[in-house]
Design a protein around this ligand. Structure first.
Ligand SMILES: NC(=O)c1ccc[n+]([C@@H]2O[C@H](COP(=O)([O-])OP(=O)(O)OC[C@H]3O[C@@H](n4cnc5c(N)ncnc54)[C@H](OP(=O)(O)O)[C@@H]3O)[C@@H](O)[C@H]2O)c1
Length: 303
């Protein structure tokens, strides 16, 4: 019998690369939808250019599942008006384009699994624990995630099971953690701003396991937070990282004023953060392999 196939958009990125590997190990036929096709890739690459509304039709042939991870990086460039447009259109616009692209197919995918982000709840520093029943925040990230999820829901409205994974900071030996780790490793790590903002996080392998559960467990439908149960503020996160890396944490807090000057509006990612619940995915039967930050960091740094 042919293996079920999964088409992964953004399969070349941090999460996508790991997820494709895990999916393949689990027995799926993995296809990557990318703007820059690589001939020597481990997985078959298919070209798309969502801006020009171009997609290789073979990408969608016999496609049992679609996992939608594509999105312009939110932390790599300042949030100018144009960059904000790109951040939104590369998520919501691409989901809509995928939906239009499958509309004419006789054999449609059985499930659409889309990334979303805990930015859905906004950048609010408080003790409130946000759950999936809370509405999208009014700020830029909240509205972006809201529109991203609304575009994903086009699939649901056409009868395709749709799961939206509200992802938190992904811990891996590459990506955002390597930027956070650098000053700590140099012995100059310190909390950002007040340091009391929450930093919801998840180990990359737990996140991939949630995506695979979303594919396989047909009871999963709607939004799920992908966040470890160990809630840490920025100060606690930095302290745990420094302890694991055996570095001191003596430098004063990084001034919010300086970060705002350096990063502009994007500084909210560093200076604010909501506390987010993992109860719904746990109640759906998911067991975290790395429930505590210490366990996750020890695994990543092999300590
Ligand atoms: N990493 C995290 O901590 C984190 C946290 C919360 C949510 N997420 C979400 O999870 C998804 C994947 O994250 P990631 O860390 O793996 O991201 P990543 O490493 O930046 O990869 C994203 C992929 O999206 C594609 N892409 C980039 N710009 C695009 C554009 N303008 N139009 C269409 N496609 C574009 C690229 O694939 P090609 O170049 O091959 O087309 C890229 O490899 C993103 O949507 C992100 O918002 C990530």
């Amino acid at each position: 019998m042919a293996k079920p196939s999964v088409l992964v958009t953004g399969g070349s990125g941090l999460i996508g690369t790991r997820l494709c590997q895990k999916l393949s190990e689990t027995g799926y036929d993995v296809k990557v939808l990318t703007r820059k096709k690589k001939e020597n890739s481990r997985f078959k690459n298919y070209y798309w250019n969502p801006e020009k509304k171009e997609i290789e039709p073979e990408a969608l042939e016999d496609c049992t599942y679609i996992v939608h991870l594509a999105g312009a990086n939110i932390a790599s460039k300042r949030w100018t008006k144009n960059r904000k447009k790109e951040i939104l259109s590369s998520r919501a616009g691409t989901a809509k384009f995928l939906y239009e692209s499958i509309s004419g197919l006789k054999l449609k995918p059985t499930a659409f699994i889309s990334s979303s982000a805990v930015g859905f709840y906004g950048t609010v520093t408080s003790e409130k624990v946000f759950s999936e029943d809370d509405p999208a925040a009014q700020d830029f990230l909240g509205q972006t995630c809201g529109q991203w999820e609304a575009a994903a829901d086009l699939f649901r409205e056409s009868g395709i099971r749709t799961v939206k994974i509200r992802t938190s900071l992904v811990l891996a030996n590459k990506g955002p953690l390597s930027k956070i780790m650098l000053p700590v490793k140099l012995g100059i790590g310190s909390p950002l701003g007040k340091g009391n903002q929450y930093m919801p996080w998840i180990h990359i392998d737990d996140l991939c396991a949630i995506f695979i559960k979303a594919i396989e467990d047909t009871n999963l439908d709607g939004a799920y937070n992908a966040v470890a149960p160990d809630h840490k503020t920025n100060r606690e996160f930095t302290k745990t990282l420094a302890t694991i890396l055996r570095r001191p944490m003596i430098a004063p807090n990084v001034s919010a004023f300086v970060l705002k000057g350096l990063l502009g509006e994007m500084s909210v990612i560093a200076l604010e953060g909501s506390r987010v619940s993992s109860e719904k995915i746990k109640n759906a039967g998911f067991k975290f392999k790395y429930p505590t930050l210490e366990q996750a960091l020890r695994n990543i740094y092999r300590i």
